[in-house]
Design a protein around this ligand. Sequence first.
Ligand code: AMP
Length: 618
Amino acid sequence: MTTPDTPPIGFDQLGLIPPLLKALADVGYETPSPIQAACIPPLLAGHDILGEAQTGTGKTAAFALPLLQKINVAVAKPQALILTPTRELAIQVAEALQKYAHHLPGFHVLPVYGGQSMVVQLRQLSRGAHVIVGTPGRVMDHLERKSLVLDKLTMLVLDEADEMLRMGFIDDVEWILEHVPATRQTALFSATMPDQIRRVAHKYLREPKEIKIRSATSTVSAISQAYCQTHSGPQKLEALTRILEVEDDFDAAIIFVRTKTATVELAEKLEARGYSVAALNGDMTQGLREQVIERLKSGSLDIVVATDVAARGIDVPRVSHVINYDIPYDTEAYVHRIGRTGRAGRTGRAILFIAPREMRMLKTIERATRQKIEPLSMPSADAVADRRVAQFTNQIIEARNEQKLDFFFEMVRKIEETHSLSAREVAAALAFLATRERPLQIDPATVMPTPTFSERPERTERPVRSERFERSERPERAERGERSERPPRENRDDILAKRRTFADGKLARYRIEVGRKLGVLPKEIVGAIANEGGIEGKHIGQINLFDDYSTVELPADLPADLMDVLQRIRVRQVPLKTRVVAPGELPEEPRRRPPQKKEWSDKKPGGFKKPEWKKRES
Ligand code: AMP
């Protein structure tokens, strides 16, 4: 068994081709994660892999990069198949592939999953794709219909195999494994290795290299640890800033993120909110990095947003908090990160931001550190206001005790007398003026709803195989696929609680006040409207980006309460202020390009054409 260490090697030492290295530089990855360092070379060398790794370890890139390297773009047939348990994961993996293939012109990936129109999928499949990412039920359907032919398949990946087992897909997976060329290379990833997965691996993998992320145990007793469950996006930033405000004994913090780009982006956002903060990443010269650390030591900076590599070995005793804004790849990295606090005999505090999908990682970390990580919810607006009032009160008391106030006593006395006001009225007006720039209360109009995740989503058991349809009952299988391939369990209740349904009727064009100049992406708009507004993706139509605003198609006649929400939702910190576009108010929508056959064969140099599924599904 191979156990990946964390040697500071670069992606360029793993045997990857320049277009992939370029894409990795574009997305700002600094070094390979342990699972990537361990998997990429053997996968490139053609070995099968049995990888024990969970979400958050970087496993997608671990299989995606070698897979892309092996694709022959000139052959317009599926050469790789990735099976995932849910449609969300299928889309996510397809997006990751597209990101890493940015400099491989003509490359096409297609996600296929239940719940999406068969007609659309058949059309997309007929155009050809180099990689198919799909859920087992739907992939099987296409194989049976022969709308998906895998005779040129050279690589198969089973992602989150234990989830597929838990969801009752394992028979379908085995059926697929038996209906693809035996000569293929196979990689199986699973967060755990139950016997049934081992059996499948033993039966269908050829002398696989076993790769497991080591989870060494370490003691971190001087550090109190907490986690806050949140999705990425504006809500996460809101949670971070609120937590920074209400944490006791805050002196200085190191905030860990995964990419160089993220260090700069997050530092800028925090700076805009009034923090003295700097980024620290591997792109900076040694001299610059030392300067940042010196400023953190001396107190001229309170927050450093860093990548793991850049923060290696930082020893600054005043660091009271370590914030894992992006989850580390493994427990070793976690222990190393949080060890930046609690130094020189002081106590420290570590806070981990975690997405519902990554909750398994939390258990692994608790096991490895032999310590409980306490849940922490995003502080309410009232809690933040209380803290600000307490700080303001301290300033008032300090000023009263330490300053000579005779001039001001006299001034207030005169105001009381001349305007028949009480001292309390004068004081309230002065407090308002003094805090106008930084109000004590969070403006409710700018606040996003507090996320309402259950504290620790426990997994409820799925129906066992016998309760489900047997293969002979195939007519219902497509429908069954739809039922199985639903949002991940962790946030499903959350979404259902808020989800709105509309008759499949008329769409209207709405204007939103975020546009190209903000660098906004259609998927951010869809994400915000779907998650915050509870409007299902299928009710969100065409999005057109203009410089200062965008338009989005949504059901006509949205109810007032929903319009109210849509006006306040923020994308890139800017409220959408959604409103219906009046006839003739805006330029006509650009005409939709009629679908072209053989889209895959477009080899415009460097041309990166958005496939049709991305336009609607992102
Ligand atoms: P995964 O475990 O594949 O779901 O990846 C989790 C997250 O880590 C994704 O947001 C990736 O973009 C990010 N990621 C993966 N590999 C790296 C890397 N080498 N450096 C920085 N971020 C990474």
